[in-house]
Design a protein around this ligand. Sequence first.
Ligand code: NAD
Length: 504
Amino acid sequence: MTLTDLERFTVRRSSAEQSRASVLPPVLPPTGHFIGGSFVPGSGTRLIDVVDPSTEQVIASVQAGTASDVDIAVEAAVAAQKSWGATTPKERSEVLSLIANIIEANREAFEIIESANTGKPRSVAEDDVSSTIDTFRFMAGASRTLTSMAGGDYATGHTSVILREPVGVVGVITPWNYPLLMAAWKIAPILAAGNSIVLKPSEQTPLSTLKLAELVAGRIPDGILNVVTGQGRTVGQRLAEHPDVALVALTGSVVSGQAVAETAGRSVKRVHLELGGKAPVVVFPDADLRAAAAGVRNAGFWNAGQDCGAACRVLVHESVAEEFTEHLVREVGTLVVGAPGAGDDVEIGPMISRPHFERVKESLAEAKAAGLQVAIGGSALEGPGYFIEPTVISNVPAGAHIATHEIFGPVVTVESFSTTEEAITRANESPYGLSASVWTRDSSLSLSVPKQLDFGTVWVNAHLVLACEVPWGGFKGSGYGRDLSLYALDDYSRTKHVMINHSA
Ligand code: NAD
């Protein structure tokens, strides 16, 4: 097999960005902080430029929040939480349904903003918005089903009642890869459980969260959802240390999670962490190799591989490694790279920022310098925009750096194994434990292998399929805490035991 025998992926560059420049301004949100139900200017003077990574153009500037902005937002959240926490599940459910309806009625504005701020293809932005709406709808229903252990007489002459309560004010810190959706994964269960929120979006992608704030202002109780924009080391840090924040939830990198956990530990604050991943894709010799390759095409390159669950590290049985790699390279050759406006068939957008683009390029350069085999792609595209070619690196030796650290780009590595035990050991030899997949038609392997894999989600003959009913979250370096499902509602509430003495 040589590269020239294979179809190459397509690159589309267009002037369609100019037309986007005219649709964006009318949908852009206000750029202050959103505190107590209104936009306020903030105490600092510094602004942060927000860049479209497909054009490298500045599309907005937001406030670089300060610790005192956080303090004001927390005060508003504390005040609002008292009455919000006292509402019934039915009342909270109605507010969550209203938020879902508001997003649905404005879905095009959200899609335009999300594509412009992240460079992601419109199809990915559409999926993000649909999943966001579904998250609010699911939590609207789920919040009414929360139960706790039945009350009863567990000590002679005493009746116990178990109450489930909100924790109070929750600080939320979100990443840039799915700005609106990752905010929704936090906002929906946190509000559903009766808490109020101070949310800091990624400084790189604050626009869709600010848009949400703009659209819900005056329609949901003031102060239950506050947004302070700014940097992690100021706004995020203050959220993690503030004495009136009961819990801090972060989706982001391991380094940020460690910083937040360390700070939160000083006030014994609860912490909820959804961190990085490096998902292994274990392909057994009996697997449908074409389906596995198509699965990696979709799940390894969705959102340009900037996904914590991306199918980025293939471990394939040595007897089928060559055949699988051929299928995969052919699949990857059908991908279309370009800016969101360059065509409806674009599937791969840019890296989020120049520093991230440089990091991905460095990983590729390092792999090439180590003599690894680039089966397709392997380079950056000419600018403007931070585009990387969809890349497959084959015949990767065990323990290679590119196969063990998170690249967070359109790069998939292929390693081979000879026994099932080796596949399991090598898959588990990762500091991360977020997700993995197993590809086999053997019913015994499809149960026994997932049970031995140390990952919070294991798919069989699938990868990156999510549903609101089931939990998402990792083990080991991927953090702790669960997003989605009833488990998220558990994480964002607390139980209280009230015991009544009959004879008093
Ligand atoms: P990041 O860690 O750089 O930033 C995430 C957020 O943390 C941002 O809002 C940032 O400002 C903030 N932050 C940074 N340093 C901080 C500090 N010291 N204190 C408080 N807040 C701080 O991550 P990113 O680059 O935005 O996102 C990519 C990372 O997120 C990847 O590692 C990816 O795997 C992970 N991620 C995980 C999941 C999941 O569900 N497990 C989902 C999406 C992304």
